[in-house]
Ligand binder design. Structure first.
Ligand code: FES
Ligand code: FE2
Length: 380
């Protein structure tokens, strides 16, 4: 799993004045809105006794209170009140939780999960359809028992569609994938691929005058976990942005925003969602059964064809980022029942700004420089 990226962790409409727990990179976070509407993202692990802030309540305009002993934290993660302390007693400097930078864009809440300063952070991708009034969006999600890179590569992979999606948009009679050219930069890659769709079914049939021989599909990825699928149908465009949120190393929350510029009435949303669900349900058993469960680190561990070029581009780029120390494995971050119970936190940018605070945290002894690796707190 890659840190130091903006992750879309929740749909914007799901974040309100009620604390909401989300999980990403094996770590729990709490999201809530200040009274001003701005969204806050904090580590969900209270530094006092490890209570879950998401089970607490909001107080005042922008604070959250832990459900256990009522410590109150502000949006920067600093503790502002300890109810058990007599009046006038100071609050320890170390009484703070990690606070993560947040952006609200494209109907999503994005949290920056890493400790890079603002100017070094990778950019958010650009989804031009979001502000285009010609398009309408639907929001869909599903959890899968599979690693997020397996589900991510599945959507990048055009060659599986005739086999896995032969009864939806894949065409079992035309399984060939013509060679394609990739355009790529540091954070994104995409390619136009010529596919031969099967005859339209259901609602879409109404829009077909003539069945097209071929359609151009733009398929691509944005780091760390987003896949774009832009299908140019004869009657309009369908663009899916598929976020593969790593809940843990082996469980993925797929969040999809689907834009269309045909049938743009609300009445057609149900049909659009059903089509997305049908495709995901076809992929689910296949990706859940892939072995090894995790994507191999070494390119030579699996066979690659020309038609797999987009996945190969991803695996190469991922190796570079691993070499830069951006990789976090399950044993770095997952909270769970191991030989001893552990709770871990991804360092937020505040730690870089305050080296003294950073040192106060116990760093894993893996030879990683302070502030680079995941930080571990032990639970008794
Ligand atoms: S565990 Fe949160 S206040 Fe004690
Ligand atoms: Fe698929």
């Amino acid at each position: 799993m890659l840190k130091n990226f903006w992750y879309a962790v929740e749909f914007a409409h799901a974040v309100t004045r009620a604390p909401r727990k989300v999980t990403c990179l094996g770590q729990d976070f709490v999201l809530y809105r200040k009274r001003s509407g701005e969204v806050v993202c904090l580590s969900d692990l209270c530094v006092h006794r490890g209570g879950a802030l998401s089970m607490g309540r909001l107080v005042g305009d922008e604070e959250i209170a832990c459900p256990y002993h009522g410590w109150q934290y502000g949006p920067d993660g600093g503790c502002v009140k300890i109810p058990a302390n007599p009046e006038g007693r100071g609050i320890p400097r170390k009484a703070r939780v990690d606070a993560y930078p947040v952006r609200e864009e494209y109907g999503l809440i994005w949290a920056f999960l890493g400790d890079l300063p603002e100017e070094e952070r990778p950019p958010l991708p650009h989804f031009p359809q979001h502000d285009d009034p010609a398009f309408r969006a639907v929001y869909f999600e599903m959890e899968l028992d599979a690693n997020y890179e397996r589900t991510f590569e599945n959507v990048v992979d055009a060659a599986h569609t005739p086999f896995v999606h032969g009864t939806s948009f894949g065409n079992p009679d035309k399984p060939e994938i013509p060679d394609y050219e990739i355009t790529q930069d540091e954070w994104h890659a995409e390619a136009d691929i010529l596919l031969s769709p099967p005859p339209a079914k259901g609602l879409w049939k109404r829009l077909y005058k003539e069945k097209p021989e071929q359609v151009v599909v733009t398929n691509g990825w944005y780091l760390p976990n987003i896949v774009k699928l832009h299908v140019r149908l004869p009657f309009g465009d369908l663009i899916l942005y598929d976020h593969n949120v790593p809940i843990s190393q082996d469980r993925t929350l797929v969040k999809i925003v689907g834009y269309r510029n045909f049938f743009t009435g609300k009445w057609a949303d149900g049909n659009a969602l059903k089509r997305i669900e049908k495709i995901l349900l076809q992929d689910k058993p296949v990706v859940e059964s892939q072995r090894p469960e995790l994507l191999p680190y070494d390119l030579s561990d699996e066979l690659h064809l020309r038609s797999d070029a987009l996945q190969v581009a991803y695996r190469r780029r991922r190796r570079e980022l691993m070499a830069d120390g951006w990789w976090v494995g399950d044993d770095d971050v997952v909270t769970g029942d191991g030989p001893r119970r552990r709770a871990t936190v991804i360092p937020s940018p505040a730690r870089r700004e305050d080296p003294e605070l950073a040192r106060a945290w116990l760093h894993k002894s893996r030879g990683e420089p302070a502030g680079n690796g995941a930080v571990e707190k032990e639970r008794a």
